[in-house]
Design a protein around this ligand. Structure first.
Ligand code: LMR
Length: 398
């Protein structure tokens, strides 16, 4: 049966880690995958996570199945984090949250749900968007189209073009929006621009699908969640939010995320949740416990939550410092044209490096970046900054 199976290309992001791992050069740097590394080049195990993990180990609870839609305490804490504790949507019972297998799982379950409920809808994603968005929604049966987003000359958002393209979409189109720390560009909307987008979505009857994988990685938990509140306040009565704790809790391998569905009233939220549960049951039955127990344990403890918020602030501020450090080192290496990196947000920068330049970075310097020129700023440290800056300046000139 498998004699003539076609070999498909490796994943454009995760495939890079495989190549990086196989590279024997001691100077190698992985700026490919979106992972935050600390100053010693390690993925941090957060202090808050370590503490709750110890507590849970001491409790030695039995490991029964979780409900299909996950740990209730986790879903409640997630709703409050994503929408704000005082959100009128929560008070009205209009938000149904389900624990999912990472943010990617939330995207796929959300995609399956929407394709089931809106079978003729297409989805519009930003140009560019996370490499996997097109694939996830395509796999769920959606036709995927793009709206303009990034301006390579300013290295920021081309807002007029974005509004113009959104304004042309058919009513009922699903629009995928990055709440903050846009992946791959690092170019975000301002609060004023979000308000305009929300009005347009409402007027044109477009359906917002918000992907929030980096809450707390740019300005703060509440500030980075502004898009969700603005869309709710615009009076859009139905939308979905996928969120992830991979980055904000440094829990990548625990695959812990959630899908929150906002419905016009509590009864319809319940009905949509029943559909979500049916979808989950037929893919993986129910999610796993550990990551959810960690996140819920931290978010629901006053003391541990404070520890976590301080650690999140440390990570965010360190990324800002790394951006500045990279720009300074690039200037010193004779490449002042990269100053825009300071204005971008979150883990990533769309560096403007071309595919051949990215290939040269890998081949000559052992520095791995995504083929589109996306680099993960959060993988830098004081030990590799000057090396990376020199290499980038060299390939940019050549
Ligand atoms: C990324 O964009 O690098 C991360 O979201 C990890 C992934 O799964 O691609």
């Amino acid at each position: 049966f498998f004699a003539n199976v076609e070999l498909v290309p490796g994943d454009p992001i995760l495939g890079l880690t495989e190549a990086y791992n196989a590279d024997s050069r001691s100077t190698k740097v992985n700026l490919g995958v979106g992972i935050y590394y600390d100053e010693s080049g390690r993925i941090p195990l957060l202090r808050a996570v370590k503490q709750i993990e110890q507590q849970l180990a001491d409790e030695a609870k039995p490991r029964g199945y979780l409900p299909i839609d996950g740990l209730p305490a986790y879903n409640q804490a997630t709703r409050e984090l994503v929408f704000g504790k005082d959100s009128p949507l929560l008070a009205a019972g209009r938000v149904a949250t389900s624990q999912t297998i990472g943010g990617s799982g939330a995207l796929r379950v959300g995609a399956d749900l929407l394709h089931r409920l809106l079978p003729h809808a297409t989805i519009a994603i930003s140009n560019p968007s996370w490499e996997n968005h097109r694939a996830v929604f395509g796999a769920a049966g959606f036709e995927v189209v793009e709206y303009s987003y990034f301006d390579p000359t300013t290295h920021g958002v081309d807002f007029d073009a974005m509004l113009a393209d959104l304004g042309k979409l058919q009513p009922g189109t699903v629009v995928l929006l990055h709440a903050c720390c846009h992946n791959p560009t690092g170019a975000d909307l301002t609060v004023a621009q979000w308000k305009q987008v929300a009005e347009l979505l409402k007027d044109r009857q477009l359906f917002p699908f918000i992907d929030m994988a980096y809450q707390g990685f740019d300005k703060g938990i509440s500030e980075d969640g502004a898009a969700v509140r603005i869309i709710a306040e615009a009076g859009i009565d139905s939308f979905v939010v996928a969120n992830s704790y991979s980055k904000s809790f440094s829990l990548y391998g625990e695959r812990i995320g959630a899908l929150s569905v906002v419905a016009p009233d509590a009864a319809s939220a319940k009905a949509v949740q029943s559909q979500v549960k049916r979808i989950i049951r037929t893919i993986y039955s129910s999610p796993s416990n550990h990551g959810a127990a960690l996140v819920a344990g931290v978010l629901n403890s006053v003391e541990l939550r404070q520890v976590w918020e301080a650690e999140l602030t440390e990570m965010r501020e360190r990324i800002h410092a790394l951006r500045h450090g990279l720009v300074e080192n690039l200037v010193a290496a004779g490449a002042p044209e990269f100053a825009f990196i300071n204005d971008q947000a979150g883990m990533f920068s769309y560096s403007g490096l071309t595919r051949p330049q990215v290939d040269r970075l890998r081949d000559e310097f052992g520095i791995y970046a995504v083929g589109t020129g996306r680099i993960c700023v959060a993988a830098l440290n004081q030990g590799n900054l000057a090396y990376v800056a020199k290499a980038v300046a060299t390939v940019a000139k050549g």
